[in-house]
Design a protein around this ligand. Sequence first.
Ligand code: BG6
Length: 506
Amino acid sequence: MTESTTLRLPEPFVMVVFGASGDLTRRKLLPAIFQLWCRNHLPESAAVIGYARSDRTDESFRAELCDSMRDEFSCHQGLIDDEAWQAFASRIFYQRGGYDSPDDFEALGRRIETLGAGRNVPGNCMYYLATPPEAFADIIENIGQASLAGRGQTDPWTRIVIEKPFGTDLQSACELNRITRSVFDEDQIFRIDHYLGKETVQNIMVLRFANSIFEHAWNHDYIDHIQITAAESLGVGSRGGYYDRSGALRDMVQNHLMHLLCLVSMEPPSTLTSDAVRDEKVKVLKALRTIPPLCAANGVVRAQYTAGSIGGHDVPGYRQADNVSADSRTETFVAFKVYVDNWRWSGVPFYLRTGKCLPRRCTEISIHFKDVPQVLFNRPPAGPLRPNVLTIRLQPDEGIALEFQAKVPGPAMNIKPLEMDFGYQESFGQAPPDAYQRLLLDAAVGDATLFTRSDEVEAAWQFVSPIIEGCSQDSSDNMRKYTAGTWGPKEADELLDADGKERRLR
Ligand code: BG6
């Protein structure tokens, strides 16, 4: 257990990235590590070893990374600083090896040792699994076999960061936990979900627990319902092979949306230690009202996008994407209602929705407060008034807005909804930094608060698995369709219409 930290400098360490030739390494991890280096958040002697099956040398690996870094930086962050890159590149190495070959792990062990000794790294090591999930178990077992896990010792330390998806259902997640915990102690394991690294997601706790006015109204007495939407305008792109085996429930709901739901509904933790925070999140997951398989087929709206147009560009349908089966029944959109069955949230519905190829990228949580009593202004002919809505815009256009009522100046009592708006860009002069930087730094200093604990990942699967099971048992090919560039099938909005609620973004 550690206190949440922000700017602690990690001790010198060697980082081993499995899956070094993959997209994630090139597009997210190395740029994030490079940024940390440029901002002096990494120790001088830090070294990165890329590990993958294909043949490469240290030099060719560095050159490859440099090219993709230039693309990444020119798109998102401006020009790359050549001098800084040269200094950083000399700390990057490549080790060829299979994921299921014990000999290759022995060789990796020797390389870590030699590199560490040459750089005065006292044996600290961080493994990062950025491979396809099918390779996770082999890698973990081989790290154990080669005695590279450093179990039970904290000085020097060894940690492992495991990318999502962590399992494909409850059973496989439990099995992966079993394997991982047979090699590492829980406090060495960092299950990553990049949503938790987003500043706006971390700010949910600050908004709730650092401001007394919100928390008092944060319950069933004042809140009518909550909507959580993670909308993406992109389709599956080149990830069809992975996505067609996952779908929105596994890819977005089990992890990202569950974390958002937990953060917005959990009780205040007694401290900010990683376990105290995660204990509260687990309590929420355990309080979720189960959607049994039999209800999932009807109560959960799943849909797939068909060809359409987004921002003036034609978009092919999901079934036409590369590596997607022509008769695929994988959902690219899902919407459902869930209850957190505890005292605070008794009777308050949470409407969750996520989808690809929607009209625009937008992840937000909106808290819809109850109507004011039907007296004074909230009655004919003036009423009905619009209830207060607090919207937490997680991305893009990061910020928070509160909708409230105001009198329109003039002799008549006319009332109009207005918005108080806070924007990150205007208030802090910059957009929030990339989530991977924060998470990599936290793992390097050993702060697990923003990582998923084993019981948390299992509790999330406990809720999502019956839904997936119910949907897969449903033989009545009732996969709904929506045109790319629309907000999904009408049934998703009908979930709210039926309860007399108004859907935002439709
Ligand atoms: C990933 C999913 O975890 O999150 C992707 O696998 C999705 O399918 C992505 O596009 C969304 O992340 P962000 O940060 O762009 O909202």
